[in-house]
Design a protein around this ligand. Structure first.
Ligand code: NAP
Length: 344
């Protein structure tokens, strides 16, 4: 009798949710499967029930499924490290979050490609719930990465110059816009393509001061005096020539490895110009930076720029969960628009 009651009560207190999971590492379009599961719809004392609304596909998500990313959730795992959702109920002992709040993951590895999730209060972080979807879905990773790299390595002043490769990446476009807002000049390196003029115009409209191709970078024909900071998301030959643009005492910060080549560095500038090489990982900043106030302060400045229109909405391809194979395939092979899962 008791058993039947417990079974019934479990069934009554569970909500069905669809989610994208991987059971083992592999090529992401094949490794990811759509499944349905039940989630208890009454949170425990320190838990929150989140209705996920939108989540992007980032390069790090793909690397994680391939098993080559340092964050390795227990398998099977729900894919996706970023996204935002609305809190639909909270446990009796939850203090920092209330029903109706919008939240993002507190750190990488939560699994956001799902409709509903029951999470510990400590695993999610409240954000401005008036922020439009296109901004909220990507607030956790790319804008803060651009923001921190510009703020934390070199004391940049108005009028200073930075260079970056992968300038048409999502992070690259945030870098361009934050530079424009802060009065910093940006020199932007992109790969050549058929519609190069269109891309140059797009980046200049965002605020890029110069846009050059990788070939022009390698040709060393253009000089950019006084470059203090180089942001590298490509590696290999691209980083070699990017670092060569640095002025005396400049710093190259590597935050991605899109070419899958080691970071090459020019010997002369390292010795004679005292340039330095650093790395940056947003996840580590979140881990090390324990102060929620510092995090809120950064989001406040970023969301201010977003809501005033100074930072433009990113272009997305919107997908439903059932379109996962195509969406993930496109995220791997095309980089012009970010793929986004709509989960609501
Ligand atoms: N360290 C951190 O905390 C952090 C945070 C965010 C992102 N990231 C990293 O930053 C990078 C960009 O992320 P995202 O989300 O902005 O990416 P994204 O929007 O998908 O853009 C990818 C960029 O990489 C370029 N690219 C791809 N393969 C390349 C190659 N073989 N050689 C040169 N360029 C290549 C693409 O250029 P084309 O248009 O020419 O293909 C595009 O500019 C990724 O490596 C990501 O993991 C790191």
């Amino acid at each position: 009798m008791l058993k039947v009651f417990m079974l019934r009560s479990t069934v009554q207190r569970a909500a069905s949710t669809r989610q994208l999971i991987y059971e083992g590492y592999g090529n992401p379009p094949e490794a990811i499967k759509l499944n349905s599961t039940n989630v208890a719809d009454k949170p425990g004392a320190k838990e929150v029930l989140v209705k996920w609304i939108a989540a992007p596909i980032n390069p790090a998500d793909l690397n994680q499924i391939q098993g080559v990313y340092p964050v390795k959730p227990n398998l099977p795992a729900v894919g996706g490290n970023e996204g935002f959702g609305r809190v639909i109920s909270v446990g009796s002992n939850v203090r920092s979050i209330k029903e109706g709040d919008h939240v993002i993951p507190n750190k990488s590895g939560l699994g956001t490609w799902r409709e509903l999730g029951l999470h510990s209060e400590a695993d999610v972080f409240p954000i401005d719930n008036t922020l439009p979807l296109e901004y909220a879905a990507v607030l956790q990773v790319n804008p803060p990465t651009a923001y921190r790299m510009l703020k934390d390595f070199i004391g940049l002043q108005k009028g200073d110059t930075i260079v970056q490769n992968g300038a048409n990446s999502a992070v690259g476009k945030q870098v361009i816009q934050i530079c424009r807002i802060l009065g910093i000049k940006s020199v932007n390196v992109v790969r050549n393509r058929e519609n190069l003029d269109e891309l140059v115009k797009e980046l200049k409209d965002l605020g890029a001061n110069d846009v050059i191709t990788q070939e022009e970078l390698y040709g060393r024909k253009k000089k950019f005096p006084g470059v203090k900071l180089a942001l590298n998301c490509v590696g290999g030959r691209s980083s070699l020539f990017l670092a060569s643009l640095l002025d005396h005492g400049g710093c190259m910060v590597t935050y991605g490895g899109m070419s899958k080549q080691p970071v090459d560095c020019p010997t002369g500038p390292l010795i004679f110009e005292d340039i330095s090489l650093r790395g940056f990982w947003m996840s580590r900043w979140y881990d090390v930076q324990k102060s929620p106030e510092k995090r809120q302060e950064m989001y406040k400045e970023l969301t201010g720029w977003m809501k005033s229109g100074e930072m433009k909405k990113q272009a997305f391809v919107q997908n439903r969960l059932e379109d996962h194979a195509r969406a993930i395939e496109e995220a791997q092979n095309k980089h012009d628009k970010k793929q986004l899962f709509l989960l609501d």
